[in-house]
Design a protein. Sequence first.
Lengths: 336, 309
Amino acid sequence: MSGSKILITAALAAVIAGGVHAAAAAAEKFSAVYVMSDNLGDKGFNDSAAAGFHRAEKEGVRIKLLQASPSDPQLWRQNLEATSNSETWSVIFTGPGMHDNLAAVAPKHPNQKYVYFDDELLLPNVLSVKYAQNEGSYLVGALAGVVASDKTTFPLGTGAKKVGIVAGMDLPVIQDFILGFKQGVATIDPSITVQVSFIGNFNDAQKAYELTRNMLNGGVDVVYNVAGPAGLGILKAAADANKYAIGVDSDQNGLYPKNVIASMLKQIGNSIYDTSKQIEEGNAPMGTLEVYGLKNDGVALVYNDALVPASAKAKVEAAKAKVLSGEIKVDTAFKK
Amino acid sequence: MSASMQASQFLASVLEQTTPLLLAALAAMITTRANILNVAVEGMMLVAAFTAIAVGEASGSASLALISAIGASAMMSLIFGFVSIVMKADFIVAGLGLNILAAGGTLFVLEQVYQDPGGLRPEVFPDLWRVPSGALSWFPIVGPAFERQSVIVFLALIAVPVCSFVLYRMPIGYALRAVGEDEPAAIAAGVHAARMKLLAVLASGLLAGLAGAQLSMDRLHFFLPDMTSGRGFIGLAATLFGGGLPWATAGAAFLFGAFGALGDRLQTFQAPPQFVLMAPYIAAVLGLILSRVRAAARSRPARIGGRAT
């Protein structure tokens, strides 16, 4: 008995010592943790975020990326509570799918700073960062419109004047993509039809493949991927059918270089780096919402230069200029 | 586009969507006949899907990838069999545990071996044998639907009569069903009950392996975590719907596949996506209700939930 007691005491002492040590280390060095609701390696949203953290790490910030299975919401909450309770992190980042968790946890830790990106939560210790995906998708729509109406420049097209979106789930943020896309298509040619299909989740790549192939069989010339990890199935279907696709969240042009004409990027990495810097310097506007849009290069289109000639780019840039000048206001699913 | 071409494309979608469901359903059916409710099909499929891509990338051989996928799934089924039959753990608990092991295990290997937990996507991947384009065009509508389909689709279709033959025309099938319907009586008649159950579980592993390989190898040529997306459970529902009978189970799987393909098409006609995505599940629930009504009408011996009392 006494032997085991000694062991337990020793173990407790080690834990306490470890905790104190970690706290001391944190006091010296700025640190950021990202509580995720997904895994890295999607060659999209999460990897873009990770790039921002690694950039900060190079400048001496202590970072940690806490991955979690997308099908295990309890774990997301546990990770958020554990990092908040530890009080060793200068700032806790969290992102998609965490609204209710953050709304429950953040008020209990008023001295802990949080950055909530890709959504909005107005609490005094939370800095919300959103991306104007509607504005980025507006550019994608303009490009898709050009593809559908210019068969000579884009030889894989059919001239049927149809474009499509295959999306993950019918969520407000996804609707924001869709509204912007539709408006972009309409600025080029209002007679082009836009088809929209939903997978129902963000993992079922086979379903994404099937929906895309179905659209392409029906005469759609270009499909916009708004489906997270499952979107790889969309791109594969476009490549197999030898039609066009447009990637999202990170540069997916290289995955199928003959078929992916462009990718819409939310500059998630940049925004994470910037906000981390702001918080470190103490001038972050906590309790507010920062929007990264076309104006401050928070969203951008990366072209596949081998497939998109300058003439097509010029038409998209003309559409972009209309937004920058304020002539066109891009529709949003987030009504104020 | 001509109507017959559209019909062929629809039929091709039904075939492709049905294949993994059909194989998963047969996998669950064969254990159901040995009185084991197999919820581990999902996990076996996931491991097979991963192994197919990993081995295909390393070896450059599609057939080796397919065989390894089936082998990996069979290994999982033997773990399931060992835990639940030899060690006598509860089937449901063991099955759910196996699913968690499969989800976590594939992620762990992705992270540790491939340093990429988001998935495994080889630049080049060997393709499976497929029916050549134009080879079946002499047969209207149905012929073109089978063109460009992979060997797994055909294996799935052949698996139905094979399962039926083994269960109803071979002594080993009698023994297996006898264990499922009345284990003490079967043992008294000299049947090795545990061996029969293990055999059923192993057969289920082989079928689930094919189902998983189809998901990752047939069209996508990459693996994503959780890419099975509940197909193992839809297969289980098809088995319960089909009352554990091979042809009825296959019919149920085709019904779910057809609802899925139909839903995909309805979406482009601007039907509300929420309702369209519900279609296969509504079909599953209706199917289960129908099967219960039928089961009440004429009591089947190998029903789920223990031996008939």
